[in-house]
Structure formats: structure tokens, C-alpha cells
Design a protein around this ligand. Structure first.
Ligand SMILES: [Zn+2]
Length: 140
């Protein structure tokens, strides 16, 4: 168990850009399934290849890593001390891209939600966020 926890923790700070089915995503997937949702993962026909696409609810959920996607006020969204210019440029690109994609999706009529990795990791927060979502967009 201890080994599992440290492994998950290590994954936390790693990039999940382009990666599939990370720990937090699997956690969300399990909970959405339990609630009876039907969804598609990494739906490539929509801008940004959303992590979760709920066709019946017209809903999109992104799972964002706090470090790469710059979760405001989050301790995981630190800036490395060396190569600061490089990192800031990279972070700005990511942020601009995220904004562009979510506004594109909203213009197409989708509801767009972001679950941050640190929120998913915290089971209380995760449950609260999922419940709020399920009240607004109930599973069919
Ligand atoms: Zn965070």
C-alpha cells in the first residue's frame, strides 16, 4: 500500500500532456461509472481531445495537472528555480491553449468543467465536486 501511494504521488508532478489514463483519471472514471454515467475518453473529434465527453449531458470534463496547467494558488503549481524563462514561456503556452480550447468548446455549446489533480486526490473534495456536477447534469 505504501508503495502504491508513493507511486501515485510521484505521478502527480509529472506531465500528463499526451498521456492516457493517469491515476486521477482512473479515479474519476470509476466514480462516474458508479453514478451510471456513460462517457467517452480522450474524445479526438472535439477540440483539445477532452478527457471525458458525456454525450447525453453535452458535458466535457478535463483532468488538469496542477503543475502543467497552472492551478491558481495551488502548491503543485510551483515554478522551477532554474530555466525560469523557459518554464514561464511553456506555462503561458499551456494556459493560452487551455483557454482557447475551452472557449471553442463553449462556443460549440458544451458545458466545460475542469477537475484539478489535487482536487481528485482529496477524496472529500472529489466527492463534493462530483456530487455538484451530478446535481447539475444528472446521469440518464
Ligand atoms: Zn492543484
Amino acid at each position: 500500500m505504501a508503495d502504491r501511494i508513493s507511486k501515485d504521488h510521484r505521478k502527480w508532478n509529472m506531465s500528463r500532456i499526451g498521456s492516457k489514463n493517469t491515476g486521477p483519471e482512473i479515479l474519476l472514471m470509476t466514480e462516474f461509472r458508479k453514478l451510471g454515467y456513460k462517457f467517452e475518453l480522450h474524445f479526438s473529434e472535439l477540440p483539445g481531445k477532452p478527457d471525458f465527453y458525456f454525450r447525453e449531458q453535452n458535458l466535457i470534463v478535463f483532468v488538469n495537472g496542477c503543475f502543467w496547467h497552472r492551478h491558481t494558488g495551488c502548491k503543485f503549481a510551483y515554478t522551477p528555480k532554474s530555466n525560469t524563462d523557459f518554464w514561464n514561456k511553456k506555462f503561458n503556452e499551456n494556459r493560452t491553449r487551455d483557454l482557447r480550447i475551452s472557449s471553442k468548446l463553449r462556443r460549440l455549446g458544451f458545458h466545460v468543467y475542469v477537475f484539478w489533480e489535487c482536487q481528485i486526490k482529496n477524496s472529500e473534495l472529489r466527492t463534493r465536486k462530483i456530487q455538484a456536477l451530478a446535481r447539475k447534469f444528472p446521469p440518464n
